[in-house]
Design a protein around this ligand. Structure first.
Ligand code: PLP
Length: 417
């Protein structure tokens, strides 16, 4: 079948692909700790009871016709109030756009800012920016990061690339690493953007910042920082991405929102009228009720986050115990989100069947088959295939299951020579 050039070269999500393969093997009886997909097992992490009740009520009340194109007014009001309460950010409901989860907002941000060939900067590893660049014909510029900086880019890493760039895509807490910008790191990057924009004429596009803070309510000990709170002048250039998928454990409910400069948000709204990725009206209605009182979020997140933190620390401690025993492994202290960054330095080793582990994917599939544990290689987040770093997402497992996978992992790694 003949398809467009774009479709012919489209690459689906590698993470979803690995996750599906693991689920197929589990369905056939394999015992695998699935640490791949950034999702939550809704029996371990159910959505808030009030949210569920209000969704049911909205369907009972027949709230099933089209929602307004930019989202229900009650929801945008509630989000606007929550932004004030939580981050002291002052955005009017008109500068907020609601869609079916956050992905349509990321796509719309790219589509509204980027012309084919425009330079877009994003760090490696990061989530899906390579794919959004492909979809918009952007000239994606990948910025390498280091474990010493928790895999977050510094202003110095970004500086050589800002000339002529129209978009910088950042995320904190970061998927895939679960690490966060420090105040100094983000301050220096904002300063760099402001300096660059001060050199541009009125006729040129400025350098915009897409700031994805979808995990901002899921931080453990460190504080979350955002561009406009650090520099009010960043307001003209920053598009924020948020939503309930992660912070209310509601990945399947599909409610997300963006906020930013009126001109950008209005055009994103117009684009979405053609895509139709509105969040379902009953889910918007229920989210509005839930967000009407910020305490609802605080209460829900308190327990949920502690549970995630306990799981992440159990995994981190397990990896550290293997390191103490002399295995070539490491992990980075989890700071937020659902993720732990794990290093397994076994690329180049021989498997018991005499074949060599050439890439991080080879190691992933060896561990799925022999170690009962499924991870995502950083190559799925744009990194090279030989980097020995992996993402573990803990939302799909109980604490017992996480503790149980450490000895199996240890044995599988010991079997590599
Ligand atoms: C950093 C980041 N932004 C956005 C999203 C998209 O979330 P949604 O499920 O609301 O589309 C994800 C999902 O994994 C994510 O990790």
């Amino acid at each position: 079948m003949k398809v467009s050039k774009l479709a012919a070269h489209l690459v689906g999500s590698e993470i979803v692909k690995i996750g599906n393969e693991v689920n197929d093997m589990k369905a056939k009886g394999a015992q695998i700790a699935n640490l791949t997909i950034g999702d939550l097992d809704s029996n371990i992490y159910p959505i808030p009871a009030l949210l569920k009740e209000e969704i049911e009520k909205a369907y009972q009340n027949n709230l099933t016709n089209y929602p307004p194109a930019n989202g229900l007014g009650t929801l945008r009001n509630a989000v606007s109030e929550d932004l004030k309460y939580r981050w002291n950010l002052d955005y009017s409901p008109n500068d907020i756009l609601v869609t079916a989860g956050s992905r349509p907002l990321i796509y719309a941000t790219y589509k509204v800012i980027v012309d084919p060939g425009d330079k877009v900067i994003f760090p490696i590893p990061s989530w899906n920016n390579n794919h959004y660049c492909y979809l918009t014909g952007a000239n994606g510029v990948e910025v390498a990061t280091t474990p010493e900086n928790n895999f977050l880019p510094t202003a110095d890493d970004i500086r050589p690339h800002v000339e002529g760039a129209v978009l910088l895509a950042l995320c904190s807490p970061l998927n895939p690493t679960g690490t966060m910008f420090t105040k100094d790191q983000l301050t220096e990057i904002c300063q760099l953007i402001l300096d660059e924009n001060s050199k541009r004429s009125e006729d040129e596009k400025p350098l915009y910042l897409m700031y994805d803070q979808i995990y901002s309510n899921l931080t453990f000990d460190a504080d979350h920082y955002d561009p406009v709170s650090l520099f009010p002048e960043m307001r003209n250039y920053t598009i924020y991405i948020e939503g309930i998928s992660k912070c209310l454990a509601a990945t399947g409910v599909r409610v997300g929102w963006a906020f930013g400069p009126t001109e950008i948000i209005d055009r994103m709204k117009a684009l979405n009228t053609h895509i139709g990725a509105w969040a379902p009206k009953p889910e918007q209605e229920a989210t509005a009720k839930f967000y009407a009182d910020p305490k609802n979020i605080d209460h829900f997140v308190f327990d949920y986050k502690n549970k995630l933190k306990t799981s992440l620390e159990a995994l981190h401690n397990g990896i550290q115990s293997l390191k103490t025993k002399g295995l070539s492994v490491d992990s980075i202290q989890p700071m937020g989100a659902l993720y732990l960054t794990i290093q397994l330095d076994f690329i180049g080793k021989m498997k018991p069947d005499g074949t060599k582990i050439e890439t991080s994917s080879d190691l992933v599939f060896y561990l799925i088959n022999e170690g009962g544990i499924a991870l995502v290689p950083f190559s799925s987040f744009g990194d090279t295939k030989t980097q020995p770093w992996f993402r573990a997402s803990v939302g799909g497992l109980s604490l017992d299951e996480i503790n149980a996978c450490i000895p199996v992992l240890e044995q599988a790694l010991l079997n590599l020579k």
